[in-house]
Design a protein around this ligand. Sequence first.
Ligand code: LHQ
Length: 261
Amino acid sequence: MAYQHLLLELDGPVAVLTLNRPDLLNAFNDVLIEECTEAFRTLGSAREVRAVIVTGAGRGFSAGQDLEDVKRRREAGAPWSIAEHLREKYNPMIVAMRVLDKPIIAAVNGAAAGAGMSFALAADLRIASEHAKFLQAFVAIGLVPDTGSSWFLPRLVGPSVAFDLCATGRVVGAEEALRIGLVSRVVSAPVLMTAARALAMELARKSPAALARIKSMLNLSWSSDLGDALALEAQLQHEASQTPEYIQLVDEFLLRSERKK
Ligand code: LHQ
């Protein structure tokens, strides 16, 4: 599928989606948001794809909403509602990321600001280059967090740090991002994509059915109580244990243990 502002590369079981508006630090316009949503949905039914990487072309990851585009609309006098824009464009993209039953790795190569940071937070895990920086840029233009940031951020870094980041809009560099749990790894810029691809390949070798269930149970854990989580674990573990993969992997483990004796 050819997109206008999004590059899609298939590398065996790994799909790499690159936001491709480098002159604007990959700021989102309508087309880019729609293309991302479409790509996540398409990848959901691509059986050969087992892990997805999202990254940005050039020196930015994504600067969030394309503010030039917003200004153009205002100047054109076209009636435009931010609420509608969020409901019809950004929100479906975030939902498409969370319901995709495959792991999404955000390889954060540079600035992730506003909705660009939300986009990174909606991935299953984040790996950053030393040039990555995260900012809840909304407050600097008198807005509030959107595109999922108000939901993801407190869950990832706790309510106090989330408030700090949302209320100040300050820049979080790669090392701080690692320390506060925004990202799980930091690597040097030249090896970011190699590291992201290696991680994606590692995930691609795992049972896809197990990964889909892991994603689903962790999605639900964020809004469930302990009783619900225990019940869901029992149900999904039952389903996982009915798969041929489970029997085969346990047998292989026991065989390896036997050989060591
Ligand atoms: C940009 C942008 C940008 C256009 C850099 N747009 N051109 C949802 C619904 C509806 C409306 C509103 O918003 C939302 C959600 C949101 O995402 S709100 C938040 C929108 N994003 C921002 O406010 C971030 C604005 N950008 C920045 O703060 C900085 O550019 C960051 C920290 C991202 C990067 O700083 P630098 O590395 O110093 O780069 P730069 O500022 O020099 O930017 C490079 C170019 O990219 C520059 O253009 P130029 O022609 O001078 O090279 C910027 O104007 C352009 N650019 N962000 N969001």
